[in-house]
Design a protein around this ligand. Structure first.
Ligand code: HEM
Ligand code: SF4
Ligand code: SF4
Length: 528
């Protein structure tokens, strides 16, 4: 399964990197699909509320009121109608690409199952909202949808009387039934909103707003489409006749031509099997995850940095329980922890400079501890030779995801505490360090790339110390399709390093050789 997805993953990545060139990483639509979905939802909600001011909910008056707002009031209500339609269409597209992208990138299995499973009802609610919306126009298309969907519903043993009967003749269609459809077109989007909110509950700092520039571009696109192809109705519904030719909205209604020619039993079985398959996908096969992070209270001062940095809301702040002179401690929820190691990289106790053989930190991964990380860095450094020795710390989901000599594979680059970079350079393990994570705005663990960038720029704790020579550091954000770029840029970096004068090892602070003010503050930083 993973092998089958690898070419797809690279294909996606290629398109995304192309869009990076066009839009820049921040405005890249493919890395903003979730936020775009939210943005489109609000556009649909606001324009929908506006349309309701002009809409008449009676079965006879509905068509006339839609015609009136479309033609007589095209410059505001008609425009709102076009926005409502095209934003709904775009929401379907955005949602489907988002679904495929999360699948291809394998970000839905193991302890990350929650967003996927809660996305399944979101998918159906989006379609149902669109279908009930088209119904309200009460034109020929609405008539076709009404008849096809009620016939499908009648195949289920739910209603005592077949509801398709309502559409046999004009006299049979009551305004009450029509009002029920209006109610559904309000209730289903509200349920959708609730599900969208649940969908992001197990991730922290979920992005629900696209970058401003992308939002403006989206609005401009919708405005352009609304002026060029204003949304219109088809002929008025007439239950005495069968509409001959219909224009279909292929985003929201593409299933209808299939429903028309397929027995209802087959459709319902298909819907059920597809939904169950989609829900079960995170366990087909289940991801083998390494053990969840573990807290060591003896090394935790309750600073809450790990709580702020965990991308999966897996760490909670609790009142101190061990009598230590701190107000708080932290607890990890193993059901949510994906073992990305980001918390380990953010803990002030995570410093490889500590002398203890038994290197323990405040929060550690049992299967890939800070001690393992230090030992692996030392071992990987020993494989390097010649001038310009570069040790690479690579995220296993980016371009550097394959094991190589002189490369340390991490579940996320932000697992490495900044003091590890200092340790490698100041202890002379290598002449330079390359840190390579997923492409910008594409962190497989959502926030790791941002945290690492900010730690290096000294805007987020724990800071990379000033004494680390930045010219000996290469930070590269590369997607899985950018293996060649990574190779080229690391080779150039190694050449630059080789041309530099040998780095004078920073004197060992813990041996008490340094005595300037600068090193005193450095020492405090190490001790923190
Ligand atoms: C219009 C509908 C949808 C909206 C607005 C939406 C929105 C979002 C948002 C805002 C995020 C968080 C992005 C971030 O900050 O990292 C997200 C993540 C995700 N969504 Fe959706 N989503 C929608 C539909 C779906 C569907 C249909 C599925 C799949 C069945 C799905 C699966 C996922 C997954 C797997 C994640 C990643 C969670 C993680 O990183 O662990 N979403 N979505
Ligand atoms: S390893 Fe740490 S940061 Fe990552 S999910 Fe687990 S608790 Fe959160
Ligand atoms: S970052 Fe470390 S010291 Fe701070 S609360 Fe988390 S485990 Fe404790």
């Amino acid at each position: 399964m993973l092998d089958l997805r690898a070419p797809l993953r690279r294909g996606f990545d290629r398109v995304e990197r192309g869009l990076d060139l066009l839009f820049g990483p921040d405005w890249n639509p493919l890395s903003n699909l979730g936020p775009l979905g939210w943005f489109l939802f609000w556009i649909v909600a606001v324009t929908g509320i506006y349309l309701f001011i002009f809409f008449d909910t009676g079965v006879v008056q509905a068509y006339a009121s839609v015609e009136w707002l479309t033609n007589d009031h095209w410059f505001h209500a008609g425009l709102a109608r076009s926005f409502h339609r095209y934003a709904s269409d775009l929401m379907v597209l955005v949602m489907l690409v988002h679904l495929v992208r999360e699948f291809v990138k394998d970000r839905y299995r193991g302890r990350r199952w929650f967003s996927w499973v809660t996305g399944v009802p979101v998918l159906w609610f989006v379609y149902l909202s669109g279908i009930t919306g088209y119904w309200l126009v009460w034109d020929e298309l609405a008539q076709y949808i009404a008849l096809t969907s009620t016939e499908l519903l009648d195949a289920l043993p739910i209603f005592a009387e077949p509801i398709a009967r309502n559409f046999l003749s004009p006299e049979k269609l009551s305004s009450r039934f029509f009002t029920l459809m209006v109610f559904l077109h309000i209730a289903i989007p509200l349920l959708l909103l609730l599900m969208m909110w649940i969908h992001i509950q197990r991730i922290s700092q979920a992005r629900t707003k696209p970058a401003r520039g992308l939002a403006v571009l989206t609005l401009a696109g919708l405005t352009g489409a609304s002026f060029l192809m204003p949304a219109t109705s088809q002929g008025p519904a007439d239950l005495a006749t069968v509409p001959a030719t219909l224009g279909i909205d292929w985003f929201l209604l593409s299933l209808f031509p299939v429903i028309e020619v397929t027995p209802p039993g087959v459709i319902w079985t298909g819907v059920l099997v597809f939904t169950l398959l989609l829900i079960g996908l995170p366990w087909l096969p289940a991801r083998r995850e390494i053990a969840a992070a573990e807290v060591f209270l003896d090394h935790c001062n309750g600073c809450a940095r790990c709580v702020a940095d965990c991308p999966y809301s897996a760490i909670t702040l609790m009142p101190r329980s061990d009598g230590a002179p701190f107000a708080q401690e932290v607890e990890v929820n193993p059901a949510r922890c994906v073992a990305c190691g980001i918390c380990m990289g953010s803990c002030p106790s995570s410093t490889p400079f500590r002398r203890s053989d038994n290197l323990v930190t405040g929060i550690d991964l049992p299967d890939f501890s800070l001690a393992d990380l230090r030992a692996q860095a030392i071992a990987a450094a020993k494989t390097l030779s010649g001038p310009g020795r570069v040790l690479t710390l690579a995220c296993s989901h980016g371009a550097g995801g394959r094991a190589e000599e002189g490369r340390l594979l991490l579940p996320c680059v932000a697992m490495a505490p900044p003091s590890l970079l200092d340790f490698i350079i100041s202890r002379g393990l290598a002449d330079g360090v390359c840190v390579t994570g997923c492409a910008e705005r594409e962190c497989w663990n959502r926030l790791g790339g941002d945290w690492m960038r900010q730690r290096i720029a000294r805007t987020r704790d724990p800071f990379l110390r000033d004494r680390v020579p930045r010219e000996r550091l290469l930070v590269l954000w590369t997607g899985p399709s950018e293996g060649r770029r990574l190779k080229r840029e690391t080779a150039d970096f190694a050449k630059r390093i080789a041309a530099m004068p040998p780095y004078e090892k920073v004197r060992q602070l813990d041996e008490g050789e340094a005595s300037t003010d600068k090193s005193r503050s450095d020492r405090q930083e190490v001790a923190r």
